[in-house]
Design a protein around this ligand. Structure first.
Ligand SMILES: [Zn+2]
Length: 307
């Protein structure tokens, strides 16, 4: 079993062999076939619409489209929607380079989490490439506020996320989740968290064509009191899913972040606004590599501290 990404990866990675799946888009309800293929070092993540002569859209902050319920990419009027769960899985698994082919406008929602994408990457296998991996190290804090929503990034040596949500619902309420993306914890603590929605908002959203593909199989569904399709995978699955989304959205920076993200009631629009702000101003970050040596074993640290 492949371990997920440690922040100390020194070289870029891709997958070993092509893998594919099929499903429907959460928002469009459109059936879609998706195939992930290996790509040379330096490629990044590139989506291709095979139904449009392989039109390519890079997973980059340059191509962020209007975002509300999902993060979409657009280039020359061509759209690729709901990219965040697959992009999150790529970050969690340490995949820098891949081609993602799809034959419709929206990625499949599958079970509503990133786990099916993680399993595809595990099935394909991971290949280390020759190119040195570079990171985007935050050197100056950025704080953004919009009403009661907040997102910030602070300088740090690892990629960490602290996310808070506050929904006026008896099963959600205030939840905070903190995670450092090291030692495989993405796989176990974040990837399985599913997207969620409220039944009382479903009719209005369906009328706007926002959730044509939603079902009890691909989202946690709540009415005003309870979860309609228990069990939850975690008691705080809701906030964990927000972390999953954030990691996917921030991957549009094009490099893994070294920095501490703090978010409170943010969403796709604020996540991607942060991406644009970072990319616009080079004084907030520097490109860096990590040293080519293994992490200090915990026992050695303990011994050093005891003298
Ligand atoms: Zn999501």
């Amino acid at each position: 079993m492949q371990r997920s990404c440690d922040f100390r990866l020194t070289h870029e990675q891709t997958i070993r062999t092509a893998v594919s799946c099929a499903g429907v888009g959460l928002h469009s309800g459109a059936p879609v076939n998706l195939k992930i293929l290996p790509a040379p070092a330096g490629t990044g993540i590139v989506f291709r619409r095979t139904d449009l002569d392989g039109f390519a859209i890079e997973a980059s902050g340059r191509n962020i489209a209007r975002v509300s319920y999902a993060t979409s990419l657009m280039k020359k009027g061509v759209l690729i929607s709901t990219t965040e769960h697959l992009l999150s899985a790529f970050i969690g698994m340490g995949i820098d380079n891949a081609i993602v082919e799809l034959d419709n406008l929206e990625l499949p929602i599958l079970d509503g989490s990133a786990s099916p994408f993680v399993e595809m990457i595990q099935r394909a296998g991971i290949r280390r490439q020759r190119k040195t991996r570079t990171y985007l190290r935050i050197v100056r804090e950025i704080e953004m506020r919009e009403g009661d929503k907040f997102i910030a990034v602070y300088p740090a040596d690892v990629y960490s996320v602290s996310y808070s949500i506050n929904f006026p619902h008896p099963r959600i309420g205030k939840q905070t989740f903190r995670v450092s993306l090291t030692n495989g914890n993405y796989l176990e603590e974040i990837a399985p968290a599913r997207t969620f929605g409220f039944l009382h908002e479903a009719d209005a959203m369906r009328q706007q064509g926002l959730i044509r593909g939603a079902s009890m199989e691909n989202a946690v569904v709540l009415d005003r009191e309870k979860v309609l399709n228990p069990p939850l995978r975690f008691a705080d699955e809701f906030v964990r899913h927000k972390v999953l989304d954030l990691i996917g959205d921030l991957s549009l920076l094009g490099k893994q972040v070294l920095g501490a993200i703090v978010a409170d009631r943010a969403g796709h629009a604020m996540h991607t606004a942060l991406v644009s702000r970072i990319l616009r101003d080079r004084s907030y970050w520097e490109e860096t590599m990590v040293e080519d040596q293994p992490a200090v074993p915990e026992l050695a640290v303990a011994a050093a501290l005891s003298v």
